[in-house]
Design a protein around this ligand. Structure first.
Ligand SMILES: O=C(CO)[C@@H](O)[C@H](O)COP(=O)(O)O
Length: 265
């Protein structure tokens, strides 16, 4: 790319000291999230992607393509515009962003309250995604955290833009802040990358517990009235719904009465 054009693009995206500081902060946070996911056993050595939006800028930083999570550092994260294209001339721009970058950008464009997206291949949540099975709302913590069963989304495998569409289609305007992409794995969102990672951790925990319960026999989903009460209590002290990621109107699939879920084994 010609130097003039490169400078013009850099000026367009990266102007002002505040933005520079915000980018540096996003780089540090997102790099730390990669390390934390590995430490907590929530990630494979490689695979999946994590991004964090730069507040008040149409920019985000994301995992470089094909890079083991253990090697991710603030300076090799790729700074992208919301179209998922790397910003030339910035640290990390010599690397390609994750193939999922356009999908992450789509989420930021369509869910303005979201500031972090985590697609991590944590074992139990990924196993539910591999089966394309929603996680039943059989425990209070599932109701509190996700406001109902953890939903499944359709990902067109190989079409990485589809990750963004699937996340937005399932989560926008809903309670849940995580979706199990069929045949791909879980994606969690939050106001920041750290918050999205925390949702991914809760998701993995409930995926494991409900799997253990299901292995033991029939599951009973909580009645809808209890799900609603538990969710509302847990989120009562958060900002108004419009400012919350994936703010809720209704859970994706309502269970009006206590239902028995037949186990798959
Ligand atoms: O999304 C997944 C798996 O679900 C990843 O494994 C990506 O396919 C890896 O691509 P890069 O992020 O390395 O480009």
């Amino acid at each position: 790319m010609a130097q003039g054009r490169e400078a013009e693009l850099r000026e367009k995206y990266v102007s002002g000291v505040k933005t520079e500081v915000a980018i540096a902060r996003a780089r540090a946070d997102v790099a730390a999230v990669h390390a934390e996911l590995l430490r907590e056993g929530l990630a494979l050595p490689m695979g999946g992607s994590v991004s964090g939006k730069v507040p008040k800028a149409d920019l985000f930083v994301i995992t470089p393509a094909g890079m083991p999570f253990a090697e991710v550092a603030p300076e090799n994260l790729v700074l992208c515009g919301l179209d998922g294209e790397a910003v030339p001339g910035t640290p990390g721009s010599e690397l390609a962003p994750s193939v999922a970058a356009a999908g992450h950008g789509y989420v930021y464009r369509h869910m303005p309250a979201v500031g972090g997206v985590v697609h991590t291949l944590s074992p139990y949540a990924s196993a539910w995604a591999a089966r394309g099975e929603e996680i039943p709302c059989a425990l209070a913590v599932v109701a509190e955290e996700f406001g109902g069963p953890v939903p499944v989304g359709e990902s067109a495998l190989g079409d990485h833009d589809a990750l963004g569409h699937a996340v937005v289609d399932v989560l926008a305007g809903r309670r849940a802040r995580a979706v199990l992409l069929r045949g791909q794995g879980p994606v969690a969102v939050g106001a920041t990358a750290r918050e999205a990672a925390s949702v991914a951790g809760q998701l993995e925990g409930v995926a494991r517990i409900v799997q253990l319960a299901q292995d033991g026999g029939l599951l009973t989903s909580l009645p809808q009235s209890a799900v609603d009460r538990l969710y509302e209590e847990r989120h009562a002290h958060e900002p108004p719904q419009a400012d919350r990621p994936a703010a809720s109107k209704q859970p994706l699939r309502q269970l009006n009465t206590a239902t028995k879920t037949k186990t798959s084994r």
